[in-house]
Ligand binder design. Structure first.
Ligand code: PGA
Length: 235
């Protein structure tokens, strides 16, 4: 299974280093065989001698250049980062990224062979508008994306479930994951208010290949507990 932590705009470089070290010792001491990913804040990217996969939350589709406030391929290469999160709902809805700009980013980092965690998910009005409208909205997020890319991981994250403590029912997760698996065979994570208290049951849902965790992952011991659930379920 794939267990990923999106640290968002949290932790300094020093705190991130400590977080990754604690995670690394947990994974080593418990002989964890799951794939563990961490996405630190941009300024906390660093040299990490670790078995944990460290990825970037964002990067511009460029090697370098005049794109104020952005980083590019060169800056990821400095730390041998080969994993990137693309299409997260906070970037789509707060930072205003369009599907077109997301596709440009996807294609750029795909060409470089990056592992891409590609996020999709519907806002509340789309869910409330019924199954058909919701699926149309989600399908539009697949437009321009190579769903057969070998290093692709998809994360289904309903926007209304992110950081809210709300989650779809397990039946709803199962139903939508089943539909999404028909669009792509890539590993499919669930994200949105996954906590220690619900991680095990979410991981146990058919067609859920892992979880993408935000706020609850900020407590390293909670994140480690979720990793242990995945390890247990994979036995
Ligand atoms: P959350 O965030 O776990 O805080 O809901 C998930 C995410 O944004 O990836």
């Amino acid at each position: 299974m794939i267990i990923a932590a999106n640290l968002k705009t949290n932790f300094t470089r020093k705190e991130t280093k400590q977080y990754i070290q604690e995670l690394e010792s947990y994974v080593t001491n418990n002989a964890i065989t799951q794939e563990v990913l961490v996405f630190p804040a941009m300024s906390s990217l660093d040299e990490n001698n670790t078995s944990i996969i460290v990825g970037a939350q964002n990067a511009y589709p460029t090697q370098e250049g005049a794109f104020t406030g952005e980083i590019g391929e060169t800056h990821l290469n400095e730390f041998a980062i080969k994993t990137i999160l693309i299409g997260h709902s906070e970037r789509r809805h707060i930072l205003g990224e369009t599907q077109e700009s997301i596709v440009a980013k996807f294609n750029y980092y795909k060409k470089l062979g990056f592992k891409i965690v590609y996020c999709i998910g519907e806002p509340l009005p789309k869910r409330e508008a019924g199954e058909q409208e919701m699926m149309e909205y989600i399908s539009a997020q697949y437009e321009g994306i190579d769903t057969e890319y070998e290093n692709l991981i998809i994360a289904y994250e309903p926007v209304w479930a992110i950081g809210t403590g709300l989650t779809p029912t397990l039946e709803d997760i199962a139903s939508i994951h089943k539909k999404l698996k028909k669009k792509s065979k890539a590993p499919l994570l669930y994200g949105g208010s996954v906590k220690v208290t619900n991680a095990k049951e979410v991981l146990n849902v058919l067609n859920v290949d892992g979880i993408l965790v935000g706020s609850a992952a900020l407590y390293v011991e909670h994140f480690c507990t979720m990793i242990s659930y995945a390890e247990e379920l994979s036995q």
